[in-house]
Design a protein around this ligand. Structure first.
Ligand SMILES: [Zn+2]
Ligand SMILES: [Zn+2]
Length: 493
């Protein structure tokens, strides 16, 4: 079982009483087999996310991508620095100037922030919760408390209770400064990472629509990175002309809505109930393995002489839609990602960007993926944006990807069963031992795809490649010319 997935589940458990209610045995079995099932579903539809993005959304313009990249460092890294001096040094490297900050005074419902200026733009960056460090963080502790009903402002917006009170505090603090900046002709951008981005969205709403009588008469817009679902659908839609939320691929935090957590709990329970036979098979093999624990794991196969060719995957017919792509019934009181959503999604191992509605099915479902919290970090977001740009600049089409379900039982590289190095042997768990080569698209065992290399023509900084592709040389000449060349080399020396 992948360490990262277990770590991810631990974080989810700390956030959700819905998951805490599942008995431990059921939870563990559910996690083991649901993560395998989901991996298979995703790898059987290598263009599935792209298809959803095309069907429900539209492409991201270069202009918008530039804006997201341009604000990323100020919006994600900057407010996490400890001292004003460090923030200033960091900001100056990006040609921003720190004007004022409240970084040393962060407490519950009062996040730290910093104000930067650059070329007629004033950016307020709000610090979020470092989910990596705090395993959930303070504002998330009352996440479930909101499921029973959302607080509503006088003008009808409904938002996560903690985020709304944080935004109200910042509105009182920042309004006078923003007014002065607006009068001086500055464009104002509110930004932040994670909960900081959520506070930025609700603060923007308060400045635009919130307070009767005194609305900030200024061009205020916002960009949030890895923003959680914190507003109701109506508020999210009202924010669309002004606020853009970026979701990085599998990041679980933006997907932590009450209905997504409920859905995950139901799926874990039903998967646990259906996986009895697989569990028996895996446990039997585990016991066998224990009796020979010092024996090395060896590949036992012979390489298959004929290598399979990869068919271009056909999209799923609508009637056999696997549940990952299908849209769902939502809970009556539910929370959504605020504003426009730019979703960086994977297509055949590469990142692409699309502008999708906050109701898009893949944003409403928690997937048990090793990247579920990795993708949330500021560093991962910055790298992902660069990868999207690199893919746009790429010169070649992506190779077709073999589906996991077309891969048979043996790895085409080493001829062994895919799961030769696994302790579990059930067909379901096999998916954790399989991966696709980024160069030829074939499914190989993870042992045969330990090499990573840069594939600049595809726009990949670093991608897994199979041993055949990693060690492939130029075509071998006929033996006659080869000996001729050797003789020539010898006569030269
Ligand atoms: Zn292999
Ligand atoms: Zn390959």
């Amino acid at each position: 079982m992948r360490e990262e997935i277990m770590q991810g589940i631990k974080t989810l458990l700390s956030l959700s009483s819905t998951l805490q209610d599942i008995p431990p045995r059921e939870l563990l079995v559910g996690i083991l087999y649901l993560s395998a099932e989901q991996r298979k579903t995703l790898r059987d539809a290598p263009d599935g996310f792209r298809r959803v993005a095309v069907e429900t959304g539209r492409p991201v313009s270069q202009h918008l991508l530039d804006a997201l990249m341009g604000m990323a460092l100020i919006g994600t890294y900057a407010p996490y620095h400890e001292t004003a001096f460090e923030v200033q040094r960091f900001a100056l490297q990006q040609n921003w100037r720190l004007v004022t900050e409240r970084l040393g005074d962060s407490r519950k419902h009062r996040p730290a922030w910093a104000l930067f200026l650059k070329d007629g733009t004033a950016a307020v960056s709000i610090r979020g919760t470092d989910v990596e460090q705090s395993r959930g963080g303070d504002l998330f502790t009352d996440f479930d408390a909101n499921a029973g009903g959302l607080p509503t402002c006088a003008t009808g917006a409904a938002a996560h209770r903690g985020v709304l009170s944080a935004a109200q505090v910042l509105e009182r603090e920042l309004r006078p400064t923003l007014k002065v900046l607006a009068q001086a002709g500055y464009r104002i951008v509110l930004t932040g990472h994670s909960l900081g981005g959520a506070v930025a969205a609700v603060l923007l709403w308060l400045l635009r629509f919130g307070t009767d009588g005194e609305r900030l008469d200024a061009p205020v817009t916002g960009i949030g990175y890895a923003v959680p679902s914190v507003v109701d659908l109506r508020t999210s839609e009202a924010l669309r002309p002004y606020f853009t939320s970026l979701v990085n691929s599998m990041d679980a935090v933006p997907r932590l809505s009450p209905s997504a957590l409920g859905r995950l709990a139901r799926e874990l329970r039903s998967c646990a109930a259906q996986s009895g036979a697989d569990l028996d098979e895996d446990l039997n093999h585990y016991v066998e393995r224990l009796s020979s624990v010092w024996a090395p794991r060896v590949r036992d196969g012979t390489p298959a002489p004929e290598l399979p060719t990869v068919k271009t995957p056909t999209p799923h017919a609508a009637d056999e839609e696997p549940h990952i792509w299908a849209s769902h019934e939502e809970d009556e009181v539910d929370l959504y990602i605020p504003g426009n959503v730019v979703w960086l999604h994977r297509a055949r191992g590469h990142l692409e960007a699309a502008l999708v509605p906050c109701t898009a099915a893949p944003l409403r479902r928690l997937l048990l993926d090793k990247r579920m919290f990795e993708d949330h970090s500021a560093r991962a977001i910055h790298q992902a944006l660069r990868a999207v740009q690199a893919r746009r600049d790429a010169t070649v089409e992506l190779p077709p990807w073999q589906k996991f379900s077309d891969a048979g039982e043996k790895c085409p590289c080493c001829g062994s069963r895919y799961e030769w190095m696994n302790t579990a042997r059930s067909g379901k768990m096999r998916c954790h031992a399989m991966t696709n080569c980024r160069l030829c698209g074939l499914v190989v065992c993870v042992g045969c795809a330990s090499s990573r290399r840069s594939i600049p023509e595809q726009g990949l900084d670093t991608g897994r490649v199979c041993d055949r592709c990693a060690w492939r040389g130029p075509p071998l000449p006929e033996l006659g010319p080869l000996f001729g060349a050797l003789a020539e080399a010898n006569s030269d020396s």
